[in-house]
Design a protein around this ligand. Structure first.
Ligand code: MD3
Ligand code: FE
Length: 213
C-alpha cells in the first residue's frame, strides 16, 4: 500500500485541520529560489544563533524581508536589523514573495503578504527540537514553509508539548501551509540524515514565510 503521505506531485493533502501539504509545489521554481537565495546570503550570510539558554543552534540561519527572526541570550524576537552587520535584512526576492502568495492561495488563504522570511540550513545531524512559533503578532496569519534539498522528517505534535507527535517526511519542493487551528501546535525536525542533493549538496534548506509584525 502506498504511504498516506506519498501524495502525487501538486496534490493538496490535509495533515490536520488548518495544515495542508502541497507535495512538490515548489519543484519547478526551486532553481530560481536558490539563485535568489545567493543574493540574500551575499548581504546576510549564514550564522548559528545562540538560544536564550546559551546553546548554539545546530541549524544555520539568515532572513530576508522587513523583519527577521533572531535569537540571543536576551530571547527570541523579530528585528528589522541583522545583528551580524547592523543593517536592515535584504529585501525579500520577488520569486520568494510570489511563491509564498501562490502556496497560501492554493491552501485557501487569500492575499498572504509575508513580512518575514526565515531561511534555515540543516547540515547532516542538524535538528530543530519540538517548539511552538509564538513570536508573531497575530496568529491569524498562516505560515508557509518550503523544503529544498535533502529530505527531512518533520515532527508534528499538538498544542501541548507532551502531546503525541506524528512524523511527516518532507522532500525537495514540498510546501506546507500552516494556519487556523494548527497554528500553535508543537513541531520540529529530526536530525538530518547525510546525503547529497543535486540542487543543494549536503544540506536541506527551509524557507519559512510569516506575517510577523
Ligand atoms: C506547525 N522551521 O523555523 S516551518 C521554524 O523545517 C521551523 O526549518 C521548520 O519550524 C523547518 O520555526 C519549518 C514549519 C512550521 C512552522 C510553523 C508552524 C510548522 C508549524 C506552526 C504551527 C504548526
Ligand atoms: Fe517553527
Amino acid at each position: 500500500m502506498r504511504d498516506l503521505f506519498e501524495a502525487e506531485e501538486g496534490l493538496a493533502l490535509p495533515i490536520v485541520p488548518g495544515a495542508v501539504l502541497l507535495r512538490g509545489f515548489a519543484s519547478d521554481r526551486a532553481p530560481k529560489l536558490l539563485e535568489a537565495l545567493e543574493g540574500v546570503l551575499a548581504a546576510s550570510p549564514w550564522r548559528h544563533m545562540i538560544t536564550p539558554g546559551g546553546f548554539r543552534m545546530s541549524v544555520a540561519m539568515t532572513n530576508c524581508g522587513p523583519l527577521g527572526w533572531v535569537s540571543d541570550r536576551t530571547g527570541y524576537r523579530y528585528d528589522a536589523i541583522d545583528p551580524g552587520n547592523g543593517k536592515p535584512w535584504p529585501a525579500m526576492p520577488q520569486a520568494f514573495r510570489e511563491l509564498a502568495g501562490a502556496a497560501a492561495s492554493a491552501a485557501g488563504f487569500d492575499k498572504f503578504k509575508p513580512d518575514a522570511c526565515l531561511v534555515n540550513r540543516y547540515e547532516p545531524g542538524a535538528r530543530l527540537s519540538l517548539h511552538q512559533d509564538r513570536d508573531e503578532h497575530d496568529y491569524g496569519h498562516p505560515i508557509v514553509s518550503v523544503s529544498l534539498g535533502l529530505p527531512a522528517v518533520f515532527l508534528f505534535g499538538g498544542p501541548q508539548r507532551v502531546d503525541k507527535s506524528m512524523r511527516l517526511p518532507l522532500v525537495h519542493g514540498d510546501v506546507v501551509v500552516w494556519g487556523g487551528p494548527a497554528r500553535l501546535h508543537h513541531h520540529g525536525i529530526l536530525p538530518l540524515k547525510d546525503g547529497d542533493h543535486p540542487s543543494t549538496g549536503r544540506c536541506r534548506i527551509n524557507l519559512t514565510f510569516r506575517k510577523a509584525g
